[in-house]
Design a protein around this ligand. Structure first.
Ligand code: NAP
Length: 245
């Protein structure tokens, strides 16, 4: 990575995997902007990171609010003039979405997509001019192996045997599509865009049922946020392997 000071924005970084991504990037002497839809929670998280010696700053950012995304981009431009790393981490899994497709309320599907899909697209598109000013822009989209259509449609895979939870799973499929299309557009640039499944991590999102810690779940997103110039782009990764789309 370049010698100049790096700037990273992590959305939904006030807790869970996002907070740990901010902590681990901060430990690499990268300035971390702690995106949070709730200003108080964001300030508290940034304060905690600063108490650990990390250069952290809260950034009030609800990914479903275009005006707020634009204000965040304007702040980053005025303060730093560029963005090196964007981690699209903010995500939701609504309890009302944990039902079979035939019982899913369309409003729940829309609400899930509003954050997990349109939020990722809107933040990426708005931050892209700032990422283009980086020597080595990196975009990491927090996906999930449940978003793999290949695994979901394979009855022999553990994912093929899981309950068919359309809202969250298909929102991650859409994030994978966003990843592929931005990577394709940016192939001739130094910007790399990848979709990362952090594994099954114990956080509020799954009522702490995961078996990995947030520290463990943050490791791969951090690796892809700091990829060297010869690293991959347009891929879907978990642990040390690729996931089929
Ligand atoms: P989490 O602990 O529930 O954290 C989610 C974060 O997203 C919170 O900071 C939350 O803010 C924020 N957020 C939600 N809606 C937002 C919005 N509209 N604008 C800005 N921030 C918003 O969940 P997590 O497990 O760390 O999940 C992080 C990412 O990893 C998600 O994209 C998730 O889908 C993905 N992932 C997780 C797992 C897992 O096993 N945990 C597996 C695969 C993928 P509030 O505190 O204000 O709610």
């Amino acid at each position: 990575m370049p010698d100049v000071q790096q700037i990273a924005l992590i959305t939904g970084a006030n807790k869970g995997i996002g907070f740990e991504i901010a902590r681990q990037l901060g430990a690499k002497d990268i300035i971390v902007l702690v995106g949070a839809r709730d200003q108080v929670r964001g300030d508290e998280a940034a304060q905690k990171l600063r108490s650990e010696g990390i250069e952290a700053r809260a950034l009030h950012l609800d990914v479903t609010d275009q005006a707020m995304i634009e204000a965040a981009a304007a702040f980053i431009e005025e303060t730093y003039g560029k963005l090196d790393i964007l981690v699209n981490n903010a995500g939701i899994s609504l309890p009302a979405g944990r039902v079979p497709p035939s019982e899913l309320d369309v409003e729940v599907l829309k609400q899930t997509y509003e954050t997990n899909v349109f939020g990722v697209f809107a933040v990426t598109r708005t931050m892209l001019p700032l990422l283009r000013r980086s020597e080595a822009g990196r975009i990491v989209n927090l996906s999930s192996s449940v978003g793999s259509l290949a695994l979901q449609s394979d009855p022999t895979s553990i994912y093929g045997q899981m309950p068919p939870l359309l809202a969250y799973s298909s929102s991650k499929t859409a994030i994978n599509a966003i990843t592929v299309f931005f990577a394709k557009e940016l192939r001739q640039t130094s910007i790399k865009v990848n979709a990362i499944s952090p594994g099954y991590v114990a956080t509020d999102l799954n009522d702490h049922s995961g078996f990995l810690t947030p520290q463990q779940g943050a490791a791969l997103p951090v690796t892809y946020a700091t990829l060297p110039a010869d690293g991959p782009t347009g891929g879907f990764f978990e642990s040390d392997s690729t996931i089929p789309w």
